[in-house]
Design a protein around this ligand. Structure first.
Ligand code: AMP
Length: 212
């Protein structure tokens, strides 16, 4: 199965993507995670991406497309994959169409998580993730047993530097200006499954499963 998960920042893409990819034994490919990893390793690409990410701006298409092209060629993507955070522009969507056609494979579904902007801003500033194993939490909705400590590995929970209110508003504006345009691109291919993303993670997950 080949899936794309689309939605505004803070719509729960990361949380749903992890569960969906695990339940279907397919690769979870997050461009945000790949870019943060490149930045942490201090690669050329990582350095270029880091400053843009910190401002909540999009990384240029050619860099992200190159990253995805390489990642989709890895053996774990042969059984299927779930793209989380890609494509974010129509240019990226067109490039992905080309990559899939060259590999002679097709997408099965594009899941769109719908959450209003004000709910996003409220949600996102409470978001935390484990600095060691990346497990996501939320201080109100998915709190860890001990404040600031990962339930799974005991790692420290941290706030992403782009999860402040100001950066969130910039990222939402980018989403509406650029990313929302990929929805009609996939609607034309009959692939879009709209899911209400406003509930708790378990309820949203059930709705996604139903939509698939
Ligand atoms: P995410 O973890 O998906 O919220 O992504 C975090 C940041 O990484 C975004 O705000 C962008 O700066 C960058 N990013 C991730 N995916 C893409 C993409 N497909 N195109 C451009 N920038 C991206």
């Amino acid at each position: 199965m080949r899936l794309i998960l689309v939605g505004p920042p803070g719509s729960g893409k990361g949380t749903q993507a992890k569960r969906l990819a695990a339940s279907r034994s397919i690769a979870h490919v997050s461009t945000g995670d790949l870019l943060r990893d490149a930045a942490a390793r201090g690669t050329d690409l990582g350095r270029k991406a880091d400053a843009l990410m910190k401002q909540g701006l999009l990384v240029p298409d050619d860099l992200v497309i190159g990253l995805i092209e390489e990642r989709l060629g890895a053996p774990d993507c042969a059984k299927g994959f779930l793209l989380d955070g890609f494509p974010r522009t129509v240019g990226q969507a067109r490039a992905l169409d080309g990559m899939l056609a060259r590999r002679r494979v097709q997408l099965d579904h594009v899941v769109l998580l719908e959450v209003p902007d004000e709910a996003i801003v409220e949600r996102i500033t409470g978001r935390r993730s484990c600095s060691k194993c990346q497990t996501p939490y939320h201080v109100t909705f998915v709190p860890p047993r001990r404040s600031g400590v990962c339930d799974k590995c005991g790692g420290e929970l941290t706030l992403r530097s782009d999860d402040t209110e100001e950066k969130v508003r910039t990222r939402l504006a980018k989403y509406h200006q650029e990313t929302a345009a990929v929805i009609p691109h996939y609607e034309a291919q009959g692939l879009v499954r709209r899911v209400d993303g406003t509930g708790a993670p378990d309820a949203v997950y059930a709705a996604v499963e139903k939509a698939l």
